[in-house]
Design a protein around this ligand. Structure first.
Ligand code: NAD
Ligand code: TYD
Length: 337
């Protein structure tokens, strides 16, 4: 049977990898990609699949009920909501757009999903909703309280709470997935790994926040896409699944590894003023998805990083266009970097 899926935010980093992966792995599928194309959305991220008959792009905003309703009323089997403002630093300076897209956008999708009786809804959330861990605390489980620190993570937590409220109030059982920090091809070079790889290529400094000892749990994007596809097919309605890389690393270590792999000197590291409210450590307990759906990450960090570096090396045009444009102006305005 042909499955029809509405994917939002499919021109961003994870969404574009997910669409490519679905088209590669599933025959009987048709995908509508609804994306408004913010600074982070790039239609070229899916240039290779644009002629595939199973794929259709619609430019539009998830906060616009008319647009969403028009797409859903013809009937879809599932919604996967990636669309979001996703960068913590930006949320510190322009929170309003985060609240609009991440909260009101999710609410608009939920309303329409109920109205048009869409059987499945996957809300793409983040480990950042849990807040920060101390060095010895156990990794976050799905039952950990939500204690977000930034406007970004607060907006994602609010969306998660809306999902649960719509379940309690209207009986609509969406699924939430919370993944840890992703890395891989097509990641916008404002996030630390692509920023540092591309800066190092160009012999520019690598601005490390604070003491560089903050810890993130790194997940290669292909592993995340495989997990989300599994949840889409087999996840239990109303459940929450953590998707983590089981790969905790300090920023300083990541930075050293990138420089080492590129044969660049450590003198490129520049310690800069810390991000306000900077979460110290994230780590996800993934026992639930392992036990219930049989997923675990396949990529070791070494391998994922090697593939990522290779991609940025082979796609200079893609990131150079971005870095000489809007993003650079933003960074200069706010960080002087
Ligand atoms: P991204 O910033 O690369 O892409 C976001 C996409 O959403 C862009 O294509 C953008 O144009 C689109 N978009 C933004 N506002 C929209 C709107 N109002 N209507 C329609 N489209 C809109 O983000 P990403 O890194 O691919 O993250 C995707 C999702 O995964 C987000 O929900 C994010 O919170 C979550 N997440 C990301 C990570 C990570 O490490 N990148 C980790 C955990 C969770
Ligand atoms: P980032 O990629 O922005 O993801 P998140 O804040 O959502 O985890 O940052 C990852 C880590 O890298 C985080 O601890 C902040 C740090 N960082 C830097 O040290 N320098 C930078 O220029 C950036 C963008 C991030």
């Amino acid at each position: 049977m042909n499955e029809k899926i509405l994917i939002t935010g499919g021109c961003g980093f994870i969404g574009s990898n997910f669409i490519r992966s679905l088209l590669n792995h599933r025959q009987n599928i048709s995908i509508i990609n609804l994306d408004v194309l913010t600074y982070a959305g790039n239609i070229d991220n899916l240039r290779d699949v644009r002629k595939d008959k199973r794929y259709r792009f619609v430019r539009g905003d998830i906060t616009n009920g008319l647009v969403v309703g028009r797409l859903l009323k013809k009937g879809v089997d599932a919604i996967v909501n990636f669309a979001a403002e996703s960068h913590v630093d930006r949320s510190l300076y322009n929170p309003a757009v985060f609240l609009k897209t991440n909260i009101l956008g999710t609410q608009c999708l939920l309303e329409s999903a109920i109205k048009y009786k869409i059987p499945r809804f996957i809300q793409i959330s983040t480990d950042e909703v849990y807040g920060s861990l101390g060095p010895k605390e156990p990794a976050f489980t799905e039952n950990h309280p939500l204690q977000p620190s930034s406007p970004y993570s607060a907006s994602k937590a609010a969306a998660d709470l809306l999902v649960k409220a719509y379940e309690t109030t209207f009986g609509y059982k969406a699924i939430i997935v919370r993944s840890s920090n992703n890395y891989g091809p097509y990641q916008f070079p404002e996030k630390v790994i692509p920023l540092f790889i591309t800066n190092a290529f160009e012999n520019k400094s690598l601005p490390l926040y604070g003491d560089g000892k903050n810890v993130r749990d790194w997940l290669y994007v292909e592993d995340n896409c495989a997990a989300i596809d599994l949840v889409l097919r087999k996840g239990q309605p109303g459940e929450i699944y953590n998707i983590g890389g089981q790969c905790e690393k300090m920023n300083l270590e990541i930075t050293g590894t990138i420089l080492n792999k590129l044969g660049k000197p450590e003198s490129l590291i520049q310690y800069v003023k810390d991000r306000p409210g900077h979460d110290r450590r994230y780590a996800l307990n993934i026992s639930k998805i392992k036990r219930e759906l049989g997923w675990q990450p396949k990529y070791k960090f070494e391998e994922g990083l090697r593939k990522t570096i290779q991609w940025y090396l082979e796609n200079r045009d893609w990131w150079q266009r971005i870095k000489t444009g809007e993003y650079l102006k933003f960074c200069r305005r706010h960080y002087g970097k």
